[in-house]
Design a protein around this ligand. Structure first.
Ligand SMILES: [Zn+2]
Length: 372
């Protein structure tokens, strides 16, 4: 799915972007600098225009009162920027407004994050990338469509989101029917080309609020940086002892980064990643992403060993609760407690054929041990 977001509340969003969105029935999320509207700053939308956008089914969200850098404020100023902007939207545009937030300049730190969580249901950043079901809603990724970004680039992002069934959020500032003179202006004809492409693909168009309702709504970062078994390469301290036919540099079917493992889970053969020894008591789960290639349904087992001693294992279909899907990536998170492997040393990780037969190519990426 895709969300079109428009920052700051520039009047060209109303005069140039709104007609293009409205004629295609694409809803958008407008992150407003509320003092600009409340005080009638030049170049910004009026309250009546904002109310019209709301009435037409768009989301009205907050981008602070004055567009301050939130990392440079006193506690009282921070509260005012966050709370008062939301309260103003609720009072003037509608009770359902001001639920979601975007930080000016994408600037935030731990203090800002703690404060904004008390006021808002989400926080859109300007960190590039796509969002997934398990994206932390206070770190929503968004791609900035600055004047230099081509229509072809945005089409590429849309195609990527469709292919991986992720959520693409793109953001715009001002619009111009002429040639952009600032990085934050976007050519209206390019904007309409993007919107027409959105419609032609059939990708679901959602406001941020609607998109959030389709995620798991995680509000905390998952346990940070695990011990990498494999991401774009073997993790530090690991060696590849695999005996199945495999490719650690496979670059076509990739979950993140530039490569994933492609492998043939045939006749009890396995990927085998060997380490000199890790203390299991420090970790809570083994997480990895799997992609069933063109066939899906592969029978594959994750097993942990200490030398020749099995510590625990599980079939990935059992861990997922459903068969491995064809054509898409899925995350498998396996608590060590379900493997019965919560202490001692692990030195071998197997991803092994569990069928004893010839199966389709399977892909594995972002394979980590998650610490407590
Ligand atoms: Zn802004």
């Amino acid at each position: 799915m895709i969300s079109i977001t428009l920052d700051d509340g520039w009047s060209t969003q109303y005069t140039l972007a709104r007609p293009a969105l409205k004629s295609r029935a694409i809803p958008a999320t407008y992150y407003l600098v509320t003092d600009a509207v409340a005080q009638g700053w030049g170049g910004y939308m009026t309250l009546a225009q904002v109310q019209t956008l709301k009435a037409e089914g768009n989301e009205i969200a907050s981008h602070t009162r004055t567009h301050a850098d939130l990392t440079a404020l006193t506690p009282a100023q921070l509260t005012s920027e966050l709370h008062d902007s939301r309260a103003w939207l609720e009072a003037n545009v509608g009770a359902a407004c001001g639920k979601d937030f975007a930080s000016p300049y994408g600037a935030y730190n731990a203090t800002v994050m703690t404060a904004l969580k008390t006021e808002y249901a989400s926080h859109r950043t300007i960190n590039a990338g796509r969002n997934y079901r398990d994206t932390v809603v206070y770190e929503l990724r968004a791609n900035d469509v600055s004047s230099a970004v081509t229509v072809a680039q945005v089409k590429g992002w849309i195609n990527q989101a469709i292919a991986e069934k992720s959520w693409l959020i793109i953001l715009f500032h001002e619009f111009t029917s002429g040639t952009p003179t600032r990085e934050t202006q976007y050519k209206t004809t390019n904007f309409t080309s993007i919107l027409s492409y959105v419609k032609s693909t059939g990708i679901r168009t959602v406001t941020v609020e609607e998109g959030l309702a389709l995620t798991d709504g995680l509000t905390e970062a998952p346990p940070s940086v695990g011990t990498v078994v494999y991401d774009d390469a073997m993790g530090s301290g690991f060696q590849d002892w695999s005996w199945a036919t495999h490719d650690l540099d496979q670059a076509v079917t990739v979950h993140s980064g530039s490569t994933a493992v492609g492998f043939e889970p045939d006749y009890w053969e396995a990927l085998m990643f060997h380490h000199t020894g890790l203390d299991l008591s420090l970790y809570q789960s083994v997480d990895l992403w799997v992609h069933g290639g063109t066939t899906g349904g592969q029978q594959v087992r994750l097993a942990l060993y200490n030398g020749g001693t099995p510590l625990g294992s599980i079939n990935l279909e059992t861990a997922l609760g459903h068969p491995i899907a064809a054509g898409t990536w899925q995350k498998v998170s396996i608590p060590l407690s379900t493997l019965g492997a919560t202490s001692g040393t692990v030195d071998d990780f197997y991803v092994m054929d569990d069928s004893g037969s010839d199966q389709g190519t399977l892909y594995v990426d972002d394979f980590v041990l998650v610490p407590y």
